[in-house]
Design a protein around this ligand. Structure first.
Ligand SMILES: Nc1ncnc2c1ncn2[C@@H]1O[C@H](COP(=O)(O)OP(=O)(O)O)[C@@H](O)[C@H]1O
Ligand SMILES: [Mg+2]
Length: 272
C-alpha cells in the first residue's frame, strides 16, 4: 500500500476523539518532526487546549473576513488559498496546527467547512502526514470536508449509543455514494475497564475492533488542572495504547491480514 497521508478521527461527542488525535500527533511529531499537520476540524475546538497551544487565527475568522470589509475581502481573494492558510497555522513541537474555530453563523457550517476543505487540500502537500480531529458524527464525511482519508479511526466509548454512532459513521464511509475515499477504517473502543465484556458489547454492532484505549484517571486529573495532554508521560497506559493503534494504522501487514478489524472501503482515488 502507498504511504499513509491522512488519519482522521471521528466518533460521537465525548467518545475520546481529541484524546486519540492529540496522542497520535504527539507520537507522529516525535517520529517525523516538522512533517506533521494537525487539523482541528471540530467546531467545539478542544484540540488546541490538549496540545497546549494558543491559536491566533482560525479558518472561521478568515471566512468572517471574507464576508466583511471590502478591503479585507479583496486582499483575501487576491492571495492563493494556500498562502492564506499557511499564515494562520499555529506552530507546535514538531507539528503545525490548522484550526477551524467556531463559525458564528447559526445552523449549517457549510461555508466554513468548504474553506476548511480548501485549506486542507492546499496545505497537505507540504507535510508527510495529517491528523484530523473531526466533528462528532458523520456530517463532515457527508459533506466531504475530508475527501481522501487513508485511515479513519472511529472512536466509541463503552456505551451502546456511542457504538451505534460509530456503526452509522462506518456505514457512511462505506457507501461510495458520498464520494469520499476511505482506504481503511477501524473501530477504537475507548475507556475500557478490565472487567468489561468488550467483545460482547461490540459484537452486537457487527463491528470489529481495531484497537482499544484503557480508562485512565490520569487524564481526568490533567483535564481538571487544564494541563495539556501532550505532557502525559509516554509510558502511561493511554499513550502506550495509542502508540499500538498508530503502529497498526501505519502497518501494511495489519491492513492486509484484516485481523484488527480494518475495513477496506472505497478504492483509493474514487472521489467525485
Ligand atoms: N481513556 C480515557 N480515560 C479517562 N478519561 C478519558 C479517556 N478518554 C477520554 N477521556 C475524557 O473524556 C472526556 C472527553 O474526551 P474527548 O477526547 O475530549 O472527547 P471528544 O473529542 O470525542 O468529544 C475528556 O474529559 C477526557 O479527558
Ligand atoms: Mg473533541
Amino acid at each position: 500500500m502507498d504511504s499513509i497521508k491522512t488519519i482522521a478521527v471521528t466518533g460521537k461527542g465525548g467518545a475520546g476523539k481529541t484524546v486519540l488525535a492529540t496522542l497520535l500527533i504527539r507520537w507522529l511529531a516525535a517520529k517525523y518532526p516538522g512533517e506533521i499537520l494537525a487539523i482541528d476540524a471540530d467546531s467545539a475546538s478542544s484540540l488546541p487546549y490538549t496540545l497546549g497551544l494558543q491559536v491566533k487565527r482560525t479558518v472561521s475568522e478568515v471566512r468572517r473576513d471574507l464576508l466583511g470589509k471590502q478591503q479585507a475581502k479583496d486582499e483575501l481573494n487576491a492571495a492563493p488559498t494556500r498562502n492564506v492558510m499557511k499564515k494562520i497555522l499555529t506552530p507546535g513541537p514538531g507539528f503545525d496546527l490548522l484550526a477551524m474555530g467556531r463559525p458564528e453563523e447559526p445552523g449549517c457550517f457549510c461555508a466554513v467547512n468548504e474553506l476548511l476543505r480548501f485549506g486542507i487540500d492546499s496545505l497537505i502537500k507540504d507535510y508527510r502526514l495529517a491528523v484530523i480531529d473531526g466533528e462528532a458524527g458523520p456530517e463532515q464525511l457527508n459533506r466531504r470536508v475530508i475527501k481522501n482519508i487513508d485511515v479513519l479511526l472511529v472512536v466509541a466509548d463503552m456505551s451502546a449509543r456511542s457504538l451505534e454512532t460509530a456503526a452509522g459513521i462506518i456505514k457512511v464511509a462505506r457507501s461510495a455514494e458520498h464520494g469520499i475515499s476511505v482506504r481503511r477504517a477501524g473501530l477504537i473502543v475507548n475507556r475500557v475497564r478490565g472487567d468489561e465484556p468488550l467483545s460482547d458489547l461490540v459484537g452486537k454492532t457487527g463491528l470489529n475492533i481495531f484497537g482499544s484505549i484503557p480508562e485512565d484517571d490520569l487524564l481526568n486529573s490533567f483535564d481538571r488542572s487544564n494541563r495539556p495532554l501532550l505532557e502525559l508521560p509516554l509510558d502511561s497506559p493511554v499513550p502506550l495504547a495509542v502508540k499500538t493503534i498508530l503502529e497498526r494504522a501505519l502497518s501494511d501487514a495489519a491492513a492486509r491480514s484484516g485481523v484488527y478489524g480494518t475495513i477496506a472501503i472505497v478504492p483509493y482515488g474514487n472521489t467525485l
